[in-house]
Design a binder for this molecule. Sequence first.
Ligand code: SF4
Length: 355
Amino acid sequence: MDATVRQPRAADLLAWYDRHRRVLPWRALPGEQADPYRVWASEIMLQQTTITAVKPYFERFMARFPTVDALAQAPSESVMQAWAGLGYYSRARNLHACAKVVAGQHGGRFPDTEEGLRELPGIGAYTAGAVAAIAFDRPAAAVDGNVERVMTRLFAIEEEMPGAKPLVRERVLALMPSRPGDFAQALMDLGATICTPRSPACGLCPWREPCRARIAGTQETYPRKAAKKTGKTRFGAAFVAMREDGAVLVRTRPAKGLLGGMVEVPGGEWRADYRLEEALRDAPLVAQWRRLIAPVRHVFTHFPLELTIFVAKLPLDAQAPEGMRFTPFARLREEAFPSVFLKALEAGLEGLQRH
Ligand code: SF4
């Protein structure tokens, strides 16, 4: 390493954080003690979801389940319903399972070490580090995408992610000051607001002097990443059937698997070799199905999906097939539809209105 470049100091980042820290609903104000329950719930919600999207959910979730005990005692349908729209539903199932363990085996108190937290359901290395640091001020590293970006740029780490993770962790721990909780949050804030993926605002960065990538002008090339493999597009159909009184046919997906326990409008399997001409075989009942021209598109982590929407109007005496039910129009918003089926439902309702 070039000896003429100054080494980054945690103190510079903390001084910046003290002036520019973001006010977030789950974050303690300066001098306040962080609530481990709120910190943990927010970290789970923020996995793969943006702060802007999480904020309103978090407030509603906390109003509905104000303590870990309240969450543990809630029926799983109401947890899934409160989660609906946040995506990645296994997180909601793990969240509920974790609350039950904390309430049942730890007297409603979260373990206060990284190791103890790691033993809880749904808590991986990142979340354990984040909760240990933020809620309990433990010197733990919480390395997420933001932190990886900042550290690989700061030290010009050439190794590709995710292989470079241990090195990034090492660097974070080596910098760790006497305020680990604030340091963890400061790194997150820096990555989210200054050291952004594109056009980082290096001029405003407290580490601009020691940052090796900035000196070399190569900021945006970090972190180094291996080429990404995305799955093949899958295709399928979704059937939006509305009874004369406005009730819509829905069903709950099996508890296990993708979007497990969430609510859907009926449809068939999603496959790369789906044959649209055979789609009506997946129709939940016999009706005058009409195909909408525009398909609904959705991107899951491992594959993009294209759903063809079929709509039908049903008579008032139509019976729901086994395992399905009619939800009155006014209560559709209460169903735990994940985003993909909300899109399908909205497209279907719009299509029904046009005829
Ligand atoms: S100087 Fe620029 S690239 Fe380096 S850490 Fe700061 S914002 Fe990121």
